[in-house]
Design a protein around this ligand. Sequence first.
Ligand SMILES: [Zn+2]
Length: 472
Amino acid sequence: MIEAVIGLEVHIELGTKTKMFCRCENRFGAKANTLTCPVCLGLPGALPRPNLEAVERVVRLALAVGAEVAPVLEFDRKHYFYPDLPKGYQISQSRTVLARGGAIQVGLRQIGLHHLHLEEDAGKLAHLGGRASVDLNRAGVPLVEIVSLPEMRSGAEARAFLEEIRLLAEHLAVAEVRMEEGVLRADLNVSVRQVGDPRLNPRTEVKNMNSFRALERAVAYEVARQSQALERGESLAQETRGWDDQAGQTYPQRRKETADDYRYLPEPDLPSYPVSAAWVADIASCLPPGPADLRQRFFAHGLSAETVAVILESRARSQLFEQTAALGADPVVVGQWIVGDLARVERESGESLADRAYAAADLADLIQRVATGSLAGPGAKRALELSYRDRRSVSAVVAEEGLSAISDEGALDPLIDQVLAAHPGAVQDLLAGQEKALGFLLGQLMRKSRSVDPKVAAKRIRERAQACNTGF
Ligand SMILES: [Zn+2]
């Protein structure tokens, strides 16, 4: 029996305001080469200064996964030549990494981490109309690299590990992970061996995987390819391969460089900085809850696995859920509103919950009104939409738009009588026992007023129809 041995090197672009070693803005989508300066262009004589906010974000992540933070911050140069790397080297960490060890829980298994280190990103090449051009806006953007131990055994597990890292980055405010912008990328290391054999065969590295699905497929392809090679008695070589998403295949790129090829040397332009235990303890004392803690708390509230997954996707949703439940609303109902109508309103309005900062007090108010029957059905949905979109409180929207459920017979009867008078045929059908007619009349009533409480209205339509009939 053959088993897969999988390790990941995950890169996340940190969501800092500025770059790692200069004060250029760290922002995606700007015009090419507008966010640059002598430092990130690698001009002679320009000196780097480290970004403390980037260090703090990596320390947060390290603490959350139980890694040990080093007492010093040191940088090294990693040399390689590539057109998107103007200095000819990348400032990274090699002698001392920022944190060692730790683990991430994936399903029932703990996947160990080798270390986390800090480095700068390279620029980006674009190939347009037969010409290659370079955009250095990304050069110098801070990156954390999370290196796992080779402890994963399947593509599904590797995918789950990467998804958990995305959630960690989200909940610890390390980065806003938009996959399409390449904020999260993983290098996949995969080899195969006979089950029970402690030795590792040479591994393949597949670089720059930037989708969960592609990662899972690349593992499956490599495991099959390497297993077949072993069965044919071929020896495997350590190599770097690329991923062709359309073909669903990896292809050879180059024999893997070794650390010696990079000629690491201590970064001479940056001193060694102490990382004080008191500072790390400060960060630990206000560490936000990670996805594993939140998941447990949400399950304890009785939410379904699907609901938990949707709420956990965003820190803003998770906070809104907990704050609304803390105000006394039924957690299961809060969960239903967040994954149902609120997620829809987020999509339709084009403004994410993180940007909108919708108040828990409003969601709790809405849920309370529905529970007591003063808001119902479409009126409640409308109140959520309008309060979200127009930044008004639920109470203001309900009052100003007249959304209160009409369950009072005195208010309902005139509306019902108008509907009955306009549709005498349907009234006759209803009196003859055709239940379909009730749905029709209720629909007509809802067109007159969206805020009718449907339960009370249905009962009242029967009664009024009966009364009209005897009145004739
Ligand atoms: Zn710069």
